[in-house]
Design a protein around this ligand. Structure first.
Ligand SMILES: NC(=O)c1ccc[n+]([C@@H]2O[C@H](COP(=O)([O-])OP(=O)(O)OC[C@H]3O[C@@H](n4cnc5c(N)ncnc54)[C@H](O)[C@@H]3O)[C@@H](O)[C@H]2O)c1
Ligand SMILES: CC1=C(/C=C/C(C)=C/C=C/C(C)=C/C=C/C=C(C)/C=C/C=C(C)/C=C/C=C(\C)C=O)C(C)(C)CCC1
Length: 531
């Protein structure tokens, strides 16, 4: 089907057009039309139908740029985005509603001042996307920008040029082009965009370019979200279900030909079960590719020759032993799903982000050693995976951080579009997806309103200061600590009075439920046995 669909040839926007484009979308934000909820909802609905109607072109473009199978293109890109639109439309009114504040957030007499938090769009934002999921990773944050009421410029990756052009067409043909624009191009265009002033920059890509973006943004104190990469570890202990671990990790490494920021870069496995795991891996490979990976219509290809050479260099440079796969075909940018048994943490397979269908297997003597190695290789990866007992998995979560984590599977924590997703440390700043996408592009603006009639109540704040009045105010408003100087809770009269009054419940809700239970029991007793 893909080869019957016409897709446009790549055309860069050109550096000279960028300043006027940025100025135009900034001007639109100043008209305030994007702040209207109905306008945002209309744009979101238009985006949904644009994705639906452009599905043939998007499938053709993803096939052309990445040899991406329709199945993967739908589940990880097009259908994913359509779900994003529907999710946001379902929740937008609730998210955008201002929060009224009162007790217990506000002590008296502040609750008289009508405190509330308005959800306001940050303004005009720049969204820069990567090549591996060139549609979803550009437009998913865009759904957040629309929902928050921002205007936006999108910069797709030039590494997937056909996708970039189809996205440009569907946005410009179907959405409000006074508010949204797509700029196509590479370093020159992106650099020109970074020279413009934005109210937020959302960047997805490598740490190297993320650093360029962050430095540029810092010059004008522009907030950024960085969705970067990581050297993601998978832990396998002797208590793991090895067949399951093998199949699931192979899934994580073959989707999009391993060009997924979340896939495992290396496996730290108990040395006693490494041989059995490798056998299960080979079996899972046979089941997934009964006619071999190269013949499979499901396996994507490496995006371009530069990335192919980079991954090949890792295989050429390893001192490990290939235990699965290992075939390459430069003419097709094909790399077979490959596992390399390594014996040194310094092996290139352990040190570099493969961002391809290759990963290392590193046998360890203990979980202690595995955690030490993983924290040395990359202390803040984007993801981690743990296949072990409940206690072992909890220990991994407790002793190693990551952007997100999945227990007993590959990146399932990031395979649903409605939960927060982001990195930690140098694998990323900020998060999006679901409500986090709305929050990402929203400013929480606290507003209060002081009524004239309250003047006498709050006159204590004026000079000349009167300490007696301040002491009187504190007697009514200041909370007393229930702990001593050594940090211990003091169980004085107040503590026990609260225990009795709340019937041991935590907080007002707990106390109310307990009192209701007592009253119900009393009622039933009286009914059953009389007074
Ligand atoms: N955390 C995530 O959600 C996520 C998702 C996908 C990819 N990634 C990471 O991104 C990397 C692969 O993606 P990529 O190769 O597209 O990343 P990249 O950083 O090379 O490119 C990302 C974007 O930056 C632009 N760009 C590239 N060089 C630039 C420069 N010198 N100045 C200005 N802009 C420049 C590109 O045009 C592209 O639009 C991997 O490290 C991967 O881990 C992270
Ligand atoms: C339908 C009912 C049921 C069954 C449901 C089933 C079997 C659901 C299975 C769902 C699965 C396996 C979904 C897997 C999805 C994977 C996805 C979307 C992967 C996404 C990857 C992404 C987004 C990658 C991102 C990359 C990044 C950020 C970096 O590069 C029952 C049986 C439950 C009954 C009810 C009906």
């Amino acid at each position: 089907m893909a080869d019957k669909v016409q897709t446009p040839d790549f055309q860069a926007t050109g550096v000279d057009a960028i300043a006027p484009i940025a100025s135009s979308v900034r001007g639109t934000f100043r008209t305030h039309k994007t702040k209207k909820l109905q306008w945002r909802q209309v744009q979101m609905r238009k985006l949904y139908w644009a994705l639906e109607d452009y599905t043939p072109q998007l499938l053709a473009a993803l096939a052309k740029d990445l040899h991406k199978a329709d199945f993967e293109a739908l589940i990880t890109e097009i259908d994913w985005l359509k779900r994003d639109c529907l999710f946001m439309l379902d929740h937008l009114e609730k998210y955008a509603k201002e929060d009224k504040l009162g007790s217990p957030d506000l002590p008296p007499p502040f609750s008289l001042m009508k405190y509330r938090v308005r959800k306001e769009p940050l303004g005009t934002v720049l969204i820069i996307g990567p090549y591996n999921l060139p549609v979803q990773l550009l437009l998913s944050p865009f759904v957040g920008a629309i929902s928050a009421g921002c205007t936006a410029v999108l910069k797709p990756s030039e590494m997937t040029p056909t996708c970039a052009m189809v996205v440009k067409e569907l946005i410009e043909k179907r959405l409000d082009t006074t508010a949204f624009a797509v700029v196509n191009g590479g370093i020159p265009e992106t650099t020109a965009l970074l020279n413009e002033k934005w109210d937020k920059i959302f960047f997805t890509g490598s740490a190297a370019v993320g650093t360029i973006v962050a430095k540029k943004a810092a010059e004008t104190l522009t907030p950024v979200v960085l969705e970067l990469g990581g050297r993601n570890p998978a832990f396998i202990t002797k208590h793991a279900n090895l067949a399951l671990a093998a199949r699931r990790l192979l899934w994580g490494k073959t989707m999009n030909a391993g060009q997924v920021c979340l896939s495992q870069n290396y496996v730290l496995i108990d040395k006693d079960v490494a041989p059995a795991f490798i056998e299960h891996l080979r079996q899972a490979y046979k089941n997934m590719f009964p006619n071999g990976a190269k013949a499979s219509p499901d396996l994507a290809r490496i995006v371009n020759h530069r990335q192919f050479v980079r991954i090949k260099k890792m295989l050429d440079g390893t001192r490990g032993k290939i235990v699965m796969g290992g075939a390459l075909d430069e003419s097709e940018l094909y790399i077979e799903p490959t596992a390399v048994l390594v014996s040194s943490v310094d092996d290139p397979m352990m040190q570099e982000e493969s961002f391809g269908p290759i990963f290392a297997i590193y046998p360890v003597n203990s979980l202690d050693e595995a955690l030490n190695v993983a924290n040395r290789v990359h202390r803040t990866p984007l993801a981690l995976f743990s296949f072990g007992s409940k206690a072992e998995n909890q220990r991994v979560l407790n002793e190693m951080t990551s952007g997100g984590a999945t227990l007993n599977d590959a990146f399932f924590h990031a395979s649903v579009n409605s939960v927060p997703f982001g990195g930690v440390g140098d694998s990323g700043w900020g998060a999006y997806r679901g409500k986090a996408s709305f929050d990402c592009f929203t400013h929480l603006r606290t507003v209060s309103e002081t009524p004239a009639w309250a003047e006498k109540i709050i006159a204590v704040r004026y000079m000349p200061y009167d300490m007696a009045r301040l002491r009187l105010l504190n007697r009514f408003t200041a909370k007393k600590p229930n702990f001593d100087r050594s940090g211990r809770v003091v169980r004085g009269f107040g503590y026990w009075a609260k225990v009795v009054l709340c019937l041991g419940g935590k907080g007002a809700k707990g106390a109310l439920l307990r009192w209701l239970a007592v009253l119900l029991a009393h009622y039933l007793y009286v009914n059953r046995f009389g007074k």
